[in-house]
Design a protein around this ligand. Structure first.
Ligand code: PEP
Ligand code: MG
Length: 580
């Protein structure tokens, strides 16, 4: 019988294949009482399983050098949990004191930790409960003798490259298996927009639908599925006509992808010969190969806070320097824009990692980004020295997030000068003329742009936050996601004002928020005068395709007219016309 499930489309594309159910039944473990003389043996069995999983994760880390950076980060999180006494020592105590079998002891402790994670206000921290569950699942699989592996082995030997994984939730380890086994797609019952699964799906460009709630219960192994990652739809046992239609759409998408690859070496310029810089947003040094593969002409945004998010401590100067150097060298002479830490709000530090204040209510309006860096001068100096040192290996720019006030810019410039002077004193080489830019992501900054233009060498517009602050909606709250509108006239006015003011002042300006990677907005931004875009590497060729087919001299007057419209319907109509 054919039926359709609806969820959250988190990664576009279409996959057609057979369902492969991933079991999470491992958490339904037997409850056994261990005889007193067997307690030590049971603890030994538990220790051996933990050790085996630790080694497995270590091995995965070593073999995933070219995997998406997020994967490595998730393996790190899981490894960290496996070092934590809450997961390692507590179950041993439960085995000894309550004489529970290892699996049962571990599940009890897991439930206790999940309860604790659920208390967090911060959605990012709350979602880490899934990591706890995934780590525990791995240890239990080990205790039970790898039932999951057997299934993957069977999948491998079937040479099937159109298997669709149906799971309750996915772990990083499972995702690595995707790469090995070339799964076509994955769908899950749970997972929000910031869940690991969503992040991974996007970075690996695998069609994916999350939040299906009942997929695992309703779909059976081997059933035929169509996954439409754009619309968030899963069709189970489609009838032949629907299947044919989707096959056609899939072929079209694949053809377009192949065509796009040919654009990699094409010069990025418009029909009327205006050169457009298309750069990459990266999170970790491991993202550099993907950026280069997609033809990125530089790194427009290196979100450095991802270097230590979740690991519980901050990298010292040497570790940061090595990470920045790796990116600069990897980009082979192309410019690298290193953003200073944008911590706080949804990218919060773990409370035990630092004594820094955590703002519980309205964290997005609290001490985040540059506000936090200026409040922690020691942390800031370490980062600035590391960035400056990396600048001797290639063209580096410093980008400062969340600036609103003139005095914040002045203090930042003074901090950079202090870092330079300490390096000079130690005779350590760096680029004396390193450009310093500011992110425009607060409406106040866009409106009082003169303050920025007079003090900085370049600007980068962070539309993700600019929209959040202009429209007063929390970007990580799915309940107001429908109000998150890049085309709101107020957002467009701020963007256009920033771009044209920078142009008049002869100060380079780019957009590095999600708007830059949306090909449907490329012409609008070009028409506003934007010449530098920075985006997720997977979007670069799609945007380049639009650039190559656009004529800036024609676009500019039309976009000026669009900017005078404030009725949403008319604005959308005009934009559709612009794109056709
Ligand atoms: C932005 O706000 O648009 C941006 C690029 O920064 P982030 O998404 O890291 O806040
Ligand atoms: Mg931002």
């Amino acid at each position: 019988m054919s039926f359709t499930l609806h969820g959250l489309g988190v990664s576009g594309g279409i996959a057609i294949g057979k369902a492969m159910l991933m079991s999470h039944a491992t958490l339904e473990v037997g409850h056994l009482t261990v005889a007193p003389r067997m307690v030590d043996k049971e603890i030994e069995r538990f220790d051996a399983a933990v050790l085996a999983v630790r080694n497995e994760l270590k091995q995965m880390k070593e073999t995933t050098e070219h995997a998406p950076a997020e994967l490595a980060a998730f393996i790190d999180i899981h490894s960290m949990f496996l070092e934590d006494s809450e997961l390692v020592d507590k179950p041993r105590e439960i085995i000894r004191e309550r004489r529970c079998n290892a699996e049962w002891a571990l599940v009890q402790q897991m439930e206790h930790l999940v309860d604790q994670f659920e208390q967090f206000d911060d959605p990012y921290l709350r979602e880490r409960k899934f990591d706890v569950v995934q780590v525990v699942e791995r240890v239990i699989k080990e205790l039970l003798g790898h039932p999951g592996r057997a299934k993957l082995k069977a999948a491998k030997s079937s040479k099937e490259d159109s298997l669709i994984v149906v799971a309750h939730d996915m772990s990083p380890a499972d995702t690595i298996a995707f790469k090995e086994h070339r799964f076509a797609s994955f769908i899950c019952d749970v997972g929000g927009a910031t869940s690991h699964t969503a992040i991974l799906a996007r970075s690996m460009a695998i069609p994916s639908v999350l939040g299906l709630e009942t997929a695992r219960a309703m779909i059976r192994d081997g059933e035929q599925l169509i996954v439409d990652g754009l619309r968030g739809v899963v069709i189970v046992n489609p009838d032949p006509r629907v299947l044919e239609e989707y096959q056609l759409r899939k072929e079209q998408i694949e053809l377009e992808k192949t065509k796009l690859k040919r654009l990699k070496s094409a010069k990025s310029e418009t029909i009327d010969g205006v050169e457009i810089q298309l750069q990459a947003n990266i999170e970790l040094p491991g993202d550099v190969p993907v950026a280069l593969e997609s033809g990125a002409e530089g790194v427009g945004l290196f979100r450095t806070e991802f270097l230590f998010l979740d690991r519980g401590d901050m990298p010292d100067e040497t570790e940061q320097y090595e990470a920045y150097k790796k990116v600069v060298k990897g980009m082979g002479g192309r410019p690298v824009t290193i953003r200073t830490f944008d911590l706080g709000a949804d990218k919060d530090l773990k409370p035990e990692a630092t004594a820094l204040d955590r703002v519980k209510t309205n964290p997005a309006l609290g001490r985040r980004a540059i506000r936090l860096s200026l409040a922690e001068p020691r942390m800031f100096q370490i980062q600035l020295r590391a960035i400056l040192r990396a600048s001797k290996h290639g063209p580096v720019k410093i980008l400062v997030p969340m600036l609103a006030h003139a005095h914040e810019i002045d203090q930042t410039l003074a901090a950079i000068e202090q870092a330079k002077s300490s390096l000079r004193g130690e005779k350590i080489a760096f680029d004396e003329n390193i450009p310093v830019g500011g992110m425009i992501e607060i409406p106040a900054a866009a409106l009082a742009i003169g303050l920025f233009l007079r003090r900085l060498d370049f600007l980068s517009i962070g539309t993700n936050d600019l929209i959040q602050y202009t429209l007063a909606i929390d970007r990580s709250d799915e309940q107001v996601a429908n109000l998150y509108d890049p085309l709101h006239p107020a957002v467009l006015m701020l963007l256009a004002h920033t771009i044209s003011s920078a142009e008049k002042a002869d100060i380079p300006v780019s957009v590095c928020g999600e708007m830059a990677g949306d090909p449907d907005l490329t012409r609008l931004l070009l028409g506003m005068g934007l010449r530098t875009f920075s985006m997720h590497p997977a979007q670069i060729l799609k945007v380049k395709n639009r650039v190559l087919k656009s004529d800036v001299s024609e676009l500019a007057p039309y976009v000026r007219k669009i900017l005078r419209l404030d009725e949403p319907g008319k604005l959308q109509e005009a934009l559709d016309k612009l794109n056709n």
